[in-house]
Design a protein around this ligand. Structure first.
Ligand code: FMN
Length: 357
């Protein structure tokens, strides 16, 4: 992948990118696909001799290594079948016989590895500004985690394979996934994403609202079926006086909000509270349960229970893809805001309110 817009003079080592890739890597742990990928990255452009960014785009390469004939043959066996829950049917409509049937081609979760590499760079730049992006599991099937603060989520969410900061709920969730895996089936869930310490005033007021660009970034990830901000769909049962987040003045003369029902944006712009998004993640489509389908070549109905590798739930890996995409979207907004601020030259009093603590 090519990552453009990287400031010059930053030390971006291969290890920084690798650390993020290792979080998404398959073949580790009971909740992951058994596909064994090393996911080693090579930075082939954009760094000077001393490993410091030159301002040119970064070129990053990651090879697929686990491409054994046995797995390719499994995909060949099903290549004419519309695989339920997969992109095969609309891909036939768009690409006909030429579609890449091996491992689902571009609709494979494999493509998200590149997003994570780009996100590693974006996170690194955001960290210099004190902005942190984390995503963690809050629901798996009928098991819900208790609400936690950013600090508690940050402290705990990587302590288990399902990335849930409520450690008791995490254990139940993992057990539930293992039961479902034994049935040859897969489990859905919800992750929550937080952008912490984001300054106020980021975003655009109309078409490119920050909530819209973040939704675009997250909805572009495979298997994401919905996003909501703050209280989200619960607002359908709230009065205005309940929903409105009331501002107050801090000792330092800053404006904060008592609640964050809006999830961190108003009118398309950040308000300086955490952006809080929840993301619905569908159960992995590949299931070893017989399902009805259609053979696209013979146009006859058939049954399918595939043996191909899969994640029993996507919750163990998708969180870091969501972090990466959100980091890229927020960084874009930050670039625009910094450029705008440079030209707008607003009165100091407004500039001071925008700064995060
Ligand atoms: C990180 C990641 C891993 C995935 N792994 C699998 C998998 O092992 N098996 C599978 O059937 N789908 C997997 N998917 C989901 C499919 O890519 C996706 O559901 C499918 O292409 C259909 O697209 P849609 O769900 O966005 O409509 C994965 C998705 C992501 C983001």
């Amino acid at each position: 992948m090519i990552v453009d817009g990287v400031p010059p003079g930053m030390k971006i080592t291969k290890e920084i990118i690798q650390a993020e890739l290792d979080k998404r890597k398959p073949g580790v742990g009971k909740l992951n696909s058994p596909r064994k990928e090393t996911d080693q990255c090579e930075v082939f452009a954009g760094l000077g001799q001393d490993g410091v960014t030159t301002g040119a785009p970064l070129g990053i390469m990651i090879y697929n290594v686990d491409t054994q004939k046995v797995h390719i043959d499994q995909y060949r066996d099903y290549k004419d079948l519309f695989r339920p829950g997969h992109a095969t049917y609309p891909f036939f409509l768009k690409y006909g016989d030429s579609q890449d049937w091996c491992g689902a081609g571009r609709s494979s979760g494999r493509e998200s590895v590149t997003r994570v590499a780009a996100g590693a760079v974006a996170k690194h730049i955001l960290a210099r500004e004190g902005i942190d992006v984390i995503a963690y599991t809050v629901q798996c099937m009928d098991i819900k985690a208790k609400e936690v603060s950013y600090d508690e989520a940050k402290r705990n969410y990587r302590k288990n394979e399902i990335n849930c900061p409520d450690l008791e709920a995490a254990q139940k969730m993992e057990e539930r996934v293992m039961e479902i895996k034994k049935e040859g089936d897969t489990a859905g869930g919800i992750i929550e994403l937080r952008i912490h310490n984001i300054p106020g005033g980021l975003g655009e007021p109309v078409f490119d609202k920050l909530s819209a660009t973040l939704s675009h970034a997250i909805m572009g990830i495979g298997a994401v079926k919905g996003v909501e901000f703050g209280v989200g769909f619960k607002c359908g049962n709230m009065k205005g006086s309940e929903f409105n987040d009331q501002p107050y003045l801090t000792d330092k003369g800053k404006i904060r909000f008592k609640t964050n029902n809006c999830g961190g944006t108003l009118g398309g712009l950040s308000i300086g509270e955490d952006i809080v998004m929840r993301i619905a993640v569908k159960p992995t489509p590949t299931v070893s349960v017989k399902q009805k389908t259609v053979n696209m070549k013979t146009m006859k109905e058939e049954k399918l229970d595939p043996v191909t590798r899969r994640d029993p739930t996507l919750l163990a890996r998708i969180y870091v893809v969501a972090e990466a995409m959100a980091a890229c979207a927020v960084l874009d907004a930050l670039y625009l805001a910094k450029a705008y601020d440079g030209l707008a030259k607003l009165d100091e009093k407004w500039m001071k309110l925008k700064e995060n603590d």
